[in-house]
Design a protein around this ligand. Structure first.
Ligand code: FES
Ligand code: FES
Length: 151
């Protein structure tokens, strides 16, 4: 599979999950495990450009596909905007949900530079913030989506 722009080959069992390959074998620690059952969205990654829960996906399903984690977007100018807006708005409390929130925000920004609050809520609806600090997250995403926002 292609992970963050580089080709990788793995021998996997038929039951190996994508999250374990990314986190344990590749050391991509932005991919976190919360529930392990598809309920919290903390393990989100992009597969072929779509946000998915990596705890529910088998590694073998990603054969020949493009997988992107937060580590692969750290130099991306749009992601830098979100990193800046999350810091400016104190949107990370414990930070556990932050990588998934940033990926969801980045995905939303591909489609909208001025999303409504409803659109932002929909974009992050699959991701639970245990600290429940949702308002700063909404503000950060709204701010970061604006094209004129500085990285
Ligand atoms: S750890 Fe994957 S959805 Fe919760
Ligand atoms: S900041 Fe703690 S889970 Fe969201």
């Amino acid at each position: 599979m292609n992970v963050n722009g580089a080709e990788h080959s793995f021998h996997v069992d038929s039951t190996d999950r994508l999250i374990d390959v990314l986190r344990e074998r590749m050391g991509l620690k932005s991919v976190k495990e919360g529930c392990g059952t598809g309920d919290c969205g903390i393990c989100a990654v992009l597969v072929e450009g779509k946000l998915v829960n990596s705890c529910l996906m088998l590694a073998a399903q990603c054969d020949g596909r493009r997988v992107v984690t937060l580590e692969g977007l750290l130099d991306d100018p749009v992601m830098k905007r979100f990193q800046g807006s999350f810091v400016a708005n104190n949107a990370a409390q414990c930070g556990f949900c932050t990588p998934a929130m940033l990926l969801a925000a980045w995905d939303l920004a591909k489609h909208s530079s001025n999303p409504s609050t409803g659109e932002i809520k929909t974009a992050i609806s699959g991701i639970l913030c245990r600290c429940t600090g949702y308002y700063p997250i909404l503000d950060s995403i709204r701010e970061g989506c604006r094209k004129e926002a500085r990285p």
